[in-house]
Write a protein that binds this ligand. Structure first.
Ligand SMILES: Nc1ncnc2c1ncn2[C@@H]1O[C@H](COP(=O)(O)OP(=O)(O)O)[C@@H](O)[C@H]1O
Ligand SMILES: [Mg+2]
Length: 360
């Protein structure tokens, strides 16, 4: 699967961009603040409907414009045209000329994994980052996961809003509680089943890139001990004082354990960085295993910061994406490690919101 055409209108510093893109390895070369990351952001946005910079649509619209547009032609076993328009007033998402009604129809057309400096927050940041990571991975592999997550989130929001009323309407609370338990139990099950498959991939990836032979393990810590419905009922007093739902999958944690210790607390900066990369490598491996084709890899800036060992650990993944006719997009300010990647790279020069192909 690859992105055959990318079209941007008023997207960040691109007034307009139309690119025909082949499968393979693409190097986006340019000085700082020219628009390299913006291209990766557009591809990731098409794949996940989120910016990996954690911002909303308003920041993406080119200054002084009303809305942005991103479109692409995706070529895999089938060919698809996707289009997305966003403004404060209007959001449109279409697949092959028809509005997308169910996100599960859309997710999975284009799968992408991003490697960026923000990934460090997967290790250092709040538990919500790690939950989001698991949620994305499940949404990319299980068509039923996203609708379920949306139902859970809606029930949770309504229930929390209700808990802020004094006193909450018991019948309404009962209804949202039932929906929460029903969907929450399924979410917990999906996440729990993912871990034994995903954790070994993360461990292997870590081995490949880390300097020392340490063991990385991932552990799913559910906030529910055995019965969600019962524990929810038991949490009523705490709920009343916090005025929100205090147990459930929205409070779960993905624990990263290095040599039997919490990585967030005890790992060094270098180890944390390696763990973040290992999680992303494992995400790419997992997607490849499930779907039989490699996801599009978006690699932002991180290569320059990596030592030879870590780079070396990543290269087989890049080569495989290349060989399976998927794509790798990598941003660099200087082209300083071509020989490790092989010669059949496509080079693009990025300069103040323009893109120019350097190699035929
Ligand atoms: N909404 C926006 N409208 C116009 N320009 C923007 C917007 N957001 C960011 N930019 C510009 O985009 C450039 C940064 O692009 P980016 O892709 O992050 O650069 P880099 O090449 O360093 O990766 C900066 O010049 C910034 O001012
Ligand atoms: Mg950048």
């Amino acid at each position: 699967m690859h992105l055959a055409h990318l079209r941007l209108r008023d997207f960040r510093n691109y007034p307009r961009l139309d690119l025909d893109i082949s499968p393979g390895f693409h190097l986006l070369i340019g000085d700082n603040a020219q628009g390299k990351t913006n291209i990766l952001e557009a591809v990731y946005l098409l794949a996940t409907l989120r910016s990996f910079r954690g911002v909303g649509g308003a920041q993406i619209i080119r200054h002084d414009q009303k809305g942005y547009f991103v479109g692409a032609r995706i070529v895999g076993p089938d060919e698809h045209e996707i289009k997305m328009y966003w403004s404060a007033r209007e959001r449109k998402l279409s697949l092959d000329g028809r509005p997308v009604r169910k996100l599960s129809d859309y997710f999975g057309l284009l799968r992408a994994v991003v490697f960026c400096t923000e990934d460090l927050q997967l290790v250092k940041g709040a538990a919500s980052r790690r939950r989001r990571f698991l949620d994305l991975l499940l949404a990319q592999t299980q068509p039923t996961y996203l609708p379920l997550l949306q139902r859970y989130t809606r029930a949770l929001r309504s229930r929390n809003a209700l808990l802020k009323q004094r006193p909450p309407d018991p019948a309404a609370l009962e209804g949202f509680t039932r929906e929460l338990v029903l969907t929450g139990n399924q979410l917990t099950q999906y996440r729990g089943e993912l871990l034994p498959r995903f954790s070994p991939l993360a461990r292997l990836a870590y081995r490949r890139i880390a300097a020392e032979e340490e063991e990385l393990r991932l552990e799913y810590q559910s906030s529910i001990k055995s019965d969600f419905a019962v524990e929810l009922a038991q949490s009523r007093t705490r709920e009343q004082s916090f005025r929100s739902t205090v147990v459930g999958p929205h409070r779960d944690e993905l624990r990263l354990v290095l040599e039997e210790r919490s990585a967030a607390q005890f790992a060094s900066e270098g180890q944390k960085r390696s763990i973040a990369i290992a999680l992303k490598m494992a995400q790419a491996e997992y997607l490849t295993g499930i779907h039989g084709t490699a996801p599009v890899l978006l690699i932002d800036d991180i290569m320059g910061e990596l030592d030879a060992k870590r780079r070396g650990g990543l290269i087989p993944l890049l080569r495989r994406a290349h060989r399976s006719r998927s794509q790798v997009f990598m941003t660099v300010t200087k082209e300083d490690w071509p020989e490790e990647l092989g010669r059949d790279l496509v080079r693009w020069r990025i300069k103040s919101g323009t893109v120019c192909r350097l190699t035929p």
